[in-house]
Design a protein around this ligand. Structure first.
Ligand code: FE2
Length: 311
């Protein structure tokens, strides 16, 4: 049975009130499944993004992806992840750097699209490549739940089409001083003030480690190499609205009316309103950044004995 976002949040709060960590996530998976069954939840989140979060189109997110915060308290947060394809729809490049999520754990469900593929590694991460090896390479199919445990390196590749997930993050452990501080921030500052301060693209405050493949070795990267600000964000956003068949054009007009848009952006809006197809556009955005967006063949070189064939 499907479930609305508001009901899902109520049920998740109950789960995380009594359970922690993996146990809480196990219980929450049925709620994520129910949430993903109602496509109008995606419309609600996009509506929320347009009315509440989208302050300045030119400063939102990176080239192709963005996330929409749905709910946060000191125990968990729920967000929607939007993963656009490359213009070519090629799947061979990683969407971001290989990384882990520190002591946070994450469950995602694919609620829209064909899904990206993920390469998940064992948890013995170090600063060198010696103890890291891939365990799973699989597609995040529609309706599938993907669980990323804490300290688990993984890398996600561009999907062939627009893919939308719900991501459920446990707040960082309360064991560490830093974890307690982050929880304190999350529980005392209004969610949107946090988003404004830290940026909507990375609302997780996760202490990550980052890696990349090079010359047959996995290398440690002490800081994340991030994507560029999407200069074509409006066009790509309209593409996404078309892909999900967003039903409320008036809301789109009202939201975009308040933005300072270029002539070209206004042309795309006119196209969108007349139901002409808007395509993705990465011109001017570096979608394949060195060390960030690595081709899967580089991972092949690092792990020649691992079977990269998808089921
Ligand atoms: Fe991740």
């Amino acid at each position: 049975m499907s479930m609305k976002i508001s009901q899902a949040v109520i049920e998740l709060r109950t789960v995380f009130k009594y359970l922690k960590g993996n146990q809480a996530h196990g219980r929450a998976h049925d709620i994520l499944r129910a949430l993903s069954l109602d496509v109008t939840n995606i419309y609600s989140a996009f509506g929320l993004f347009m009315t509440d979060y989208w302050q300045d189109a030119s400063k939102v997110s990176t080239t192709s992806d963005f996330s929409i915060p749905i709910f946060r308290d000191q125990h968990f947060h729920l967000e929607m992840g939007i993963f656009g394809p490359l213009v070519t729809r090629e799947e061979g490049y990683s969407y971001a750097m290989m990384h882990d999520h520190g002591d946070s754990i994450l469950s995602t469900i694919n609620a829209f699209g064909s899904g990206y593929t993920t390469l998940i590694f064992n948890q013995n991460r170090t600063n060198s490549n010696s103890n890291i090896y891939p365990l799973i390479y699989k597609r995040h199919e529609l309706g599938n739940i993907e669980f990323i445990n804490n300290y688990t390196p993984h890398v996600v590749f561009y999907p062939p089409d627009l893919t939308i997930t719900y991501a459920l993050w446990s707040s960082p452990s309360e064991r560490t001083m830093y974890g307690r501080l982050r929880n304190l921030i999350a529980s005392n500052v209004r969610e949107r003030e946090i988003e404004r301060k830290f940026g909507i693209a990375n609302p997780t405050y996760v202490l990550q480690k980052h890696f990349y493949p090079e010359n047959g070795r996995i290398q440690y990267q002490p800081y994340e190499i991030r994507g560029d600000i999407g200069v074509n964000f409006v066009q790509n956003f309209l593409y996404k609205l078309q892909q999900i068949s967003f039903p409320d054009k008036q809301l789109v007009i009202d939201s975009l009316d308040t933005k300072c848009l270029s002539t070209l952006e206004n042309e795309y809006i006119a196209k969108y309103l007349s139901d002409s197809q808007v395509s993705m556009n990465h011109d001017g955005d570096d979608m394949i950044k060195s060390r960030r967006n690595c081709h899967i063949s580089e991972y092949h070189k690092c792990f020649p004995n691992f079977d990269f064939t998808l089921e």
